[in-house]
Design a protein around this ligand. Structure first.
Ligand SMILES: [Cu+2]
Length: 116
């Protein structure tokens, strides 16, 4: 009887461990992007393919480039980036494998979100 109980405990424990070690399907992930002299940094954001929603927080820290907004044509997003202010955009990424964002001048400065 005792050994049966012990086995049951071990099984339930390993069950728990399995759940913790496999990556859970996250619904939202947040990334910070600085818009400086180099453009959007980081310019490449890799996300898990299971991700539903992404939150990008942009902070423009320079006046020296034309990248004063962030445009995501595919999703009709166009947001001004005031100097040294955090601007968050939240959107669904379920239907896209790759999304490009950039400035208004045909992506002279740009970045992309890529699914792993
Ligand atoms: Cu530009």
């Amino acid at each position: 009887m005792k050994s049966i109980l012990f086995i049951a405990v071990v099984i339930s424990l390993t069950g728990c461990l399995d759940k913790n070690t496999t990556t859970p399907a996250k619904s939202i992930d947040t990334f910070k992007i600085e818009v400086n002299e180099k453009g959007y940094v980081p310019a490449e954001i890799k996300i898990p393919s299971t991700l539903d929603t992404i939150k990008l927080i942009f902070t423009r820290t320079t006046d020296k480039t034309c990248a004063r907004e962030v445009i995501l044509e595919e999703l009709n997003i166009n947001k001004k980036l005031p100097l040294n202010q955090e601007v968050a955009i939240i959107f669904n990424v379920k239907g896209s494998n790759e999304l490009v964002f950039g400035c208004h001048m045909d992506k002279m400065f740009s970045g992309k979100i890529i699914k792993n």
